[in-house]
Design a protein around this ligand. Sequence first.
Ligand SMILES: Cc1ncc(COP(=O)(O)O)c(C=O)c1O
Length: 366
Amino acid sequence: MHNSTGLSSGLMVEAPSCSFASDNTAGVAPEVLDAMAGANTGPAIAYGADPHTGAFDAHIERLFGSGAKGLLTWGGTGANIVGLSTLVRPYQAIVCAESAHINVDECGGVERFTGSKLIDVPTIDGKLTPAHIEAQLHVLGDVHHPQPGAISISQLTEYGTLYSVAEIQALSDCAKAAGLRVHMDGARIANAAVALDVPVRAFTADAGVDVLSFGGTKNGLAYGEAVVFFDQSLVSEAEFNRKQAGQLPSKMRFLAAQFNALLDDDLWLRNGAQANRAAQRLVAGAEKIPGVEITQRPAANAVFARLPRPVVRQLQAWSYFYVWAPGQPDANGEIFDEVRWLPSFMTTDLDVDLFLAGVAEAMAAH
Ligand SMILES: Cc1ncc(COP(=O)(O)O)c(C=O)c1O
């Protein structure tokens, strides 16, 4: 069999039609495309003074309470930059997990735009704890040290783990007691909301979060995220930061219309649920395949597994996915890599079953 890259994998089973490399390999939800077309009628004042953006504003207040304000941005890195540059000054620092997207996958964008140092702490599972924060506080007031000014947590984390409401509240309490602000990178907030099965407000605004990057792209948008402020006093500065960072879309209505399609009748939660279900099916099947070690069970839609490197290479040539952590040779000289499989809102049961059949075939032949 040949996959779309033209590489020969040698596997007989048909490759799935979707990719497990990431949830942003999926296309656009049909409802979102329809909404963009629907917004394409006549002129509309640019930069957000249009009815679609007005409807989006109403959705944000419905979800998070009156006073919450969402600023639409082109992407997730931009949302994180706008949010964090509004929370900290250049002499301050942002405490985050070492694995945080802002630390390893945004090309230093947050450091550049905030001028602030990221204090990236090693974690076992991608989650910060109050102890991580407390360990950074002894420098407060000392002019020689960057001053911790905010924490940033990801919900879901990059390692597929989920903070409970109580864990977020405990982090916020700890941060606030020391005068630090709280930022949440919610690129996968829909998956998290479904997994927690509570209103999104319960683990954001009501749990002490000040600013949320509200993900859209991984949940069915063509592009776009929102940065949501729960403290109104931050919004006017954030508007300037968004413009300077190149994150103020001119034809805003098309971005707002996309978000509205997700939020109008909770499509965002149905999409999140579909991705989470696919991950559960995937892990249930994968753990039955001899030799596959599940290293991280899905709290929502991310599965992590360890496989022999030649099997990883063969499967990648068949249906590409990423190595999360390259392994080292064991006592027998064999190398096992940890990989990440990330279904999306478009992943079907058939896709999962085909993928599992490929993994089983490759493992059996190894
Ligand atoms: C945790 C997390 N945050 C933010 C982003 C946003 O990235 P982008 O700027 O590519 O939209 C991603 C995308 O992969 C992500 O996984």
